[in-house]
Design a protein around this ligand. Structure first.
Ligand code: GTP
Length: 599
């Protein structure tokens, strides 16, 4: 196979600048098959796929473009997710590319993610070139945006195509630029197989489908492959590529190519993103660099709002984990909430995505407890506990000291915002390690920060304080001794275990006060006064009161209109479903997560 005719790239853009629209146009203006492949009749195979109704959300899509030079080029367009929780997946997708098309909305200019994403792409040595989109709009100002790209991001933009992804205007120029500017792979197909896994999904028919970029060697059906990090081995059933959402089998995937492998693998946890695939009988010597085993960063309890739904929740988690190797769960019980699961996530967004999927796809109503990082508790008797659930913290008298997880954070930021970001890091107990200017316009700040300080809203704070011109990458950097306390919340004098959490000692009063205020706003008034208290041990450090309700709900329905009364009672019942009874008080299920979102 002729690698000089292959281009592996991704499209990066700020939200709404037109990434998906451009991807659609590219697919539309190119073909699925090369003329040689057309003759080779693989269409039968495609029909088979269609019959079985396999639709996979492809992370990579292959199309064929006949360029102005008369040659046919294979374009592999690789999709990249867009949030720091999935930064590692993004980095693996970028590692599968050789170049990136940067879409900038020429009515808006350079914005938030634009910069962050470009920095990530440049870190991976990708060839990045800009295109100016939405040129059809009267408010487009391409010349200024061109200048802005050069000034702010520091990449060449004088010859950036001016396009409309919507109307298709000049999209050809983008295709030509991809062919001319993005380097072709030059990799050795005769060496032992070395392929990077950048995505893996579970399919009920085919088992796990892994998306790979072949770096060296080749892979074909019948080969026995080995995942170098997990050690899993299996025989290859099929190799191929995704074209317009379909799986199109082929004879082999060679060095430089992007495609999929199926091998009747049952668990995505065997095929981890970032791992290297090689052949069992002729393995490569070293895996590709950059593999990291994903680790849960945050834990929280997930409980069914209706305790009878516990088995349903278990089944749903069993299914979700098939497709999400980074989701962890084990059963736990809570005094306040009954039977549920302690779950581990990559970050808060991941948590919210899973919660949303459980609620929407599995029709479950969930109560989420306070998210927490994993603390190490050194007890006086020499025992060390890894604490994922704050309510399991031993009696303070038994604790010698505690440690919290730290991260090494690298923040790329344009020079105007360096001061603001340093201030943010200091507020979050960050320890300055260093700063270097990568280019005249952008700096890399390195800090050690407690994971606990960045897990909740650091990313958002970073974005808002830099007006988006900052990107964050972090990795765990061990544990550090710290003054930590458990903050308990009492509602109507009863401790709610699901709301307990660990806090840095100096922040305890502040957090306690804010929690009480927040919770006061979440709990509806009832027929009696409800005290809400925050306590450390037996010491109450903050208090609010939800004042008793004076009027009966039905009092509003003067005249005794039966149907209206009914409706009101019906509504109340509806509301009740979403409440949890804590002693004699009902707490809305969302309150548990909402109170933790402190500003
Ligand atoms: P996310 O998927 O949210 O990240 O956004 P995206 O970058 O993929 O943007 P998308 O392609 O969804 O486009 C955002 C909006 O801009 C849509 O309403 C498009 O129709 C519109 N749009 C995209 N390209 C053009 C263009 O060239 N001209 C005009 N007028 N509108 C465009």
């Amino acid at each position: 196979k002729d690698q000089s005719k292959i281009r592996n790239f991704c499209i990066i853009a700020h939200i709404d600048h037109g990434k998906s629209t451009l991807a659609d146009r590219i697919i539309e203006k190119t073909g699925l098959l090369t003329s040689r492949e057309m003759q080779n009749q693989i269409l039968d195979n495609m029909d088979l796929e269609r019959e079985r109704g396999i639709t996979i959300k492809a992370q990579a899509c292959r199309t064929v473009y006949r360029a102005k030079d008369g040659e046919e080029y294979i374009l592999n367009m690789i999709d990249t997710p867009g949030h720091v929780d999935f930064n590692y997946e993004v980095s693996r997708s970028l590692a599968a590319c050789d170049g990136a098309v940067l879409v900038v909305d020429s009515t808006q200019g350079v914005e938030a993610q634009t910069v962050g994403n470009v920095y990530l792409a440049l870190e991976h040595d990708l060839e990045v070139f800009p295109v100016l989109n939405k040129i059809d709009l009267p408010s487009a100002h391409p010349d200024e945006v061109r200048q802005e790209i050069e000034d702010v991001i520091g990449i060449e933009a004088h010859d950036a195509p001016e396009i409309s992804a919507k109307t298709g205007l000049n999209v050809e120029d983008v295709l030509e630029a991809i062919v001319q500017k993005i380097p072709a792979p030059t990799e050795d197909a005769e060496k032992p197989l070395k392929a990077l896994i950048f995505d893996s999904v579970y399919d009920a028919y085919k088992g796990v489908i892994i998306s790979v970029r072949v770096r060296e060697g080749r892979v074909k059906p019948g080969d026995r492959i080995r995942m170098m990090a997990t050690g899993a081995e299996e025989e290859v059933v099929e190799v191929g590529y995704f074209g317009a959402g379909q799986m199109i089998p082929c004879d082999s995937l060679d060095a430089g190519e992007v495609g999929y492998i199926t091998a009747s693998i049952k668990k995505v946890s065997d095929t981890r993103v970032g791992d290297t695939v090689t052949t069992a009988d002729r393995p490569c010597e070293e895996p590709l660099p950059g593999y990291k085993k994903v680790q849960s960063m945050v834990y929280c309890g997930l409980y069914p709002a209706d305790s009878a739904k516990y088995p349903d929740l278990r089944d749903a988690l069993d299914k979700l984990v098939l497709n999400d190797a980074s989701l962890f769960y084990e059963p736990e019980t809570s005094l306040a909430l009954g039977f549920g699961f302690r779950c581990g996530f990559l970050g808060l967004l991941h948590l919210e995505v899973i919660q949303e999927r459980l609620e929407r796809e599995y029709n479950l109503d969930l109560v989420t407890t306070a998210p927490s990082v994993v603390y190490k508790v050194y007890k006086t008797n020499g025992e060390v506990i890894e604490l994922t659930n704050p309510s399991n913290l031993p009696d303070p008298a038994e604790i010698e000291y505690m440690e919290e997880p730290m991260v090494k954070a690298e923040i790329m930021v344009t020079k105007d915002f360096v001061g603001a970001i340093m201030q943010l890091c200091e507020e979050r107990r960050g320890e300055y390690i260093g700063m270097e200017y990568i280019e005249e316009t952008r700096a890399k700040l390195t800090y050690t920060l407690p994971l606990n300080e960045i897990i909740y809203d650091f990313f958002d704070a970073l974005k808002s304080r830099s007006r988006g011109y900052a990107s964050l990458d972090y990795e765990l950097a061990g544990y550090q001794r710290s003054e930590l306390l458990k903050l308990d919340i009492l509602v109507n004098k009863e401790q709610v275990d699901a709301l307990s959490f660990i806090v840095f000692a100096d922040s305890a009063y502040d957090r306690g006060r804010k929690m009480c205020e927040k919770l006061k706003g979440e709990i509806p008034r009832q027929l009696f006064d409800i005290p809400i208290q925050a306590a450390v041990g037996s010491k109450v450090i903050a208090r609010e009161t939800v004042k008793a309700l004076r009027k009966d709900v039905l009092a509003k329905c003067y005249g005794g209109d039966i149907s209206r009364k009914k409706k009101l009672l019906e509504k109340q019942k509806e509301g009740k479903k979403k409440m949890r009874q804590i002693g004699s008080v009902e707490i809305p299920k969302d309150a548990f997560l909402n109170v933790l979102k402190l500003d």
